[in-house]
Design a binder for this molecule. Structure first.
Ligand code: AMP
Length: 332
């Protein structure tokens, strides 16, 4: 069975974009791959060395992924800091990562601009830690977006360099995971971009959010005066609403509103009401499950423990072999 690794940022509540863009793929992967999904709490220190509530953020994300169906029996859902072997391999891999290439990384260049007063060494070696997350499980695949392509390339470079330096064929070359379906971009409710946490009040539909709040956001989504001629082209705000319908509504419902649009008889109020109703049908059960899981300390603890055990099993083996390859020998 092939191995896949993916990181999750502990950045709080998940929204519809996260579900359709990431979680849904994870649910598929855990069925077909040896899957390692980790909550990247160590990485998060590069931006916030003293995070306000690190444990709380990790807990929220852990609970949400579990509630959405990641199964500790099928995959390894673990917390990065629970696997100290990652730190050990990071130390070794830092010895063959060079200043020039690290400085050229696009993410480092961006951080230099965005957090001028906290350009720490961890930021510089971020790509090394990322490579280790992947290499430590000898991953075949990593599901990455375009923005991460450079990091994956660096991972291959570090792995290959290790192989060359020590004259071994140890680390495989991880490939970008491409799933069969098309990449979805879930639009936000305000503006023209994709749904995001930083998209401002009302942009994202979060799962851990009450019905009324979600309803209100949808009813407030921007529309226009309505089509002025038959079969008119849809402006972006309207396309966005149809896209969102595509995720949660039945086909005949979407077709009806599409026909209404084309006939110039559409009533946006009705359309948004329908979207809100179907959205709540979809989000509601997941939200209830999130709240159940969040208050179930025993489940969270056993899930994190199983995840860490599985991840450590693989990490301990890799690090033991790396030590042998490098030439560390015990005297006792
Ligand atoms: P973030 O925490 O915002 O980096 O999101 C985590 C993952 O969710 C990303 O890597 C994307 O794959 C996915 N994602 C976030 N927002 C969207 C969106 N609006 N549409 C599709 N996928 C998204």
């Amino acid at each position: 069975m092939q191995t896949v690794v993916s990181g999750i940022r502990p950045t709080g509540k998940l929204h519809l974009g996260n579900y359709f863009g990431a979680v849904r793929n994870f649910l598929e992967m855990q069925e077909n791959y040896r899957s390692y999904f980790f909550i990247a709490d160590i990485h998060s220190l590069t931006t916030h060395p003293t995070p306000g509530d690190l444990h709380g953020s990790v807990r929220q994300v852990l609970a949400e992924y579990l509630a959405m169906g990641l199964d500790p029996e099928k995959c390894s859902l673990f917390i990065q800091s629970d696997v100290p072997e990652i730190m050990e391999l990071y130390t070794y891999m830092n010895m063959n990562a060079y200043l020039g290439e690290l400085e050229r990384s696009a993410s480092f260049k961006e951080k230099i601009r965005t957090q001028k007063d906290n350009v720490n060494a961890g930021l510089l070696t971020y790509p090394v830690l990322m490579a280790v997350d992947i290499l430590i499980h000898k991953a075949d695949f990593v599901p990455v977006g375009k923005d991460q392509a450079q990091h994956l390339e660096m991972t291959r470079q570090f792995g290959n360099r290790f192989n060359r330096l020590y004259d071994v064929d140890f680390f495989p070359e991880p490939q970008a995971y491409s799933h069969t379906g098309e990449l979805v971009k879930v639009p936000g409710l305000t503006g023209q971009g994709k749904m995001s946490k930083s998209g401002g009040e009302g942009d994202a539909v979060f799962f851990d959010e009450d019905d009324k709040v979600i309803q209100k956001k949808i009813m407030r989504a921007k529309t226009d005066a309505g089509p002025q001629e038959m079969n008119a082209e849809k402006p972006i705000e309207i396309l966005n609403l149809f896209d969102l319908m595509g995720l949660v509504c039945e086909n005949d419902v979407i077709e009806k509103f599409n026909d209404d649009y084309n006939n110039c008889t559409i009533r946006y109020g009705d359309m948004k009401k329908q979207l809100a109703e179907d959205m709540l049908k979809f989000v509601g059960p997941i939200r209830d499950r999130i709240r159940e899981v969040k208050s179930d300390d025993a489940f969270l603890s056993s899930a994190a423990k199983i995840g860490a055990e599985k991840a450590r099993e693989s990490a301990v083996k890799t690090v033991k072999e790396v030590r042998e390859i490098i030439g560390f020998r015990k005297f006792y």
